[in-house]
Ligand binder design. Sequence first.
Ligand code: BG6
Length: 440
Amino acid sequence: MDLKQLKDFPPNFLWGAGISSFQAEGDWRKNGQGRSVIEYTRKEKNTTNFEAGVDFYHHYKEDIKLMKEMGLRAFRISISWTRIFPNGKGKVNRSGVEFYHSVINQLKENHIEPIVTMYHFDYPQALIDEYGGWLDRRSVIDYKNYASFLFNEFGDQVKYWITINEQDHVIKMPDRLGMINAGSYSDTEKEAYIANHNMCVASAEAFNLCHLLLPKAMIGPALSYQVYYPASDNPADVLAADDLSLINQNYLLDLQCRGEYGAVFTKYLVDRGIYPRFPESDLKILKQNCPDFIGVNYYSTDDVTYLASNGKFGKTKGLPIPSQENGVFKKEKNKVLKSTKWGWAIDSIGLRIALQRLYRDYNLPILITENGYSEIEKVSNVDGNETINDKDRIIYLKKHIQSVHEVISEGIPILGYCVWTFMDVISGHSGMNKRYVKVV
Ligand code: BG6
């Protein structure tokens, strides 16, 4: 609906940007850093790997100075687990700890609020080698110990914590779970929901620890949240859009914010024989330990039609995240919205819908942990100056921020907005060609 008047953004609104350790830092396996699954993950042909990143490791002081000049009030970093514990547990690498102290101090000195993600895709390879990582219950203990170390070490400086980045995606990408030989999610669905369960319990343990050790801090997950539109007014498509929303994202928030699997999701897992086994007491841990906010990575929306089983019940297609599942859904191109070169629909109203739905369903404050526009930048010469025309990105950001402004005016508590990104980081799948920031 149209709003008659807009409220001001709250004075303490976290106007920020974000990066992740593996996409930005570089300094690959130097200064004591251990191996992570990122070294083994599937990468598109002819794209850059993450070895050098954009060298944030050596340039963070200049970068933070630039952030200050830009007026950033918050910066979301992720801590590389294997810079702190090269083997995922046990012996601490002091040089990694000092690096993050220095980054956080530098941010604080420049009046930029650090937002710290504890694990953004780069899971320790040593834990995969030892017991299979998230597929084994020991992963909960190791994550809890890692979280406890971070809270004790950085807790006096860091108020905003993010437990796991995009768990909803990680479980559907076998290589990010350390299963490099698996072809696709279809082959590893059962394992995906075991990993998912362990991650949820580990997160609940971290919520609990954070609340005990750092009562003034706030902690939450960051998930990739999309709006799924029925591609037609056929009720079967409406149901498919709801179903996809449940099996891609709400299932996770139901577990983390309500401590329950939910009736429809339980049936989905049981029908496919992939409901994980776990002790009953886990549900108590989940119910008693919920996040303080929901972090949302929002880029686009999708249209959905119902896809009949056709004798292939539950079969999925699409990499890295399924684009269809027989008996549930098939994604379709939206006829109204424009898309980026990577086919991501550009939809600022979708952000408003997403934020409204999240608040309606979970009643928690929301932090927009990622939102941004990707482009293949073309340098052109205007009056003897090399320049990039990034009009489309400016329009994208303006419109998405307008949506945030509208939901704030509707009374929904939004803690902040972190653009992806401030620097020219390497894309998660598409190397250096896919850019989220103008570079000249
Ligand atoms: C999110 C991730 O999924 O999307 C980021 O948290 C990632 O790490 C971002 O960079 C954009 O995706 P991509 O593949 O365009 O880099």
